[in-house]
Ligand binder design. Sequence first.
Ligand code: S3P
Length: 165
Amino acid sequence: MKAIYLTGFMGSGKTSVASALAKELSMPFIDTDEKIVSEIGKEIPDIFEEEGEEAFRSYETAILEKLPEEDVIISTGGGIILKEVNRNLMKQNGMVVYLHCEAEEIVKRLEGDSSRPLLEVKDRSERVAKIFSERLSRYKDAHVEIDTTHRTIEEIVKEIVALIG
Ligand code: S3P
């Protein structure tokens, strides 16, 4: 089976869904953020602070180029869709599943979480809404879209399994 890439905004459930889906399909699961942290040897907020967002974005492309293309579930960082080269790589190498989640629900899910540098601002709701609207068309540049708002991990996994037959 071709690789399955889960894309979506921060807090849309990519990592939890990827992990549960990998278990269900008895396949390995890889998280691009985790790969970057282990390869670069720095946490994401430190990469953003010390090297800037652009450097982080090029690490994402470098990781994507190295990942296996068969029998693997890949959960991606929320901004991976920003670069066209990344969207093309994912679409060519596998099936891209966009996990949609409403902005208000995202803000709720990420309450008290300070691990995302892009959301470390006073008005987080405003920031989420802004980035979301800037990115939406690129998230939708996927093979399949699944709404995860108010749904359990099990329901989402079931839907993906049904989709891939
Ligand atoms: C980012 C999402 C994060 C991480 C980084 C940037 C983004 O991953 O890659 O903080 O630009 O949306 P998650 O989507 O797993 O939170």
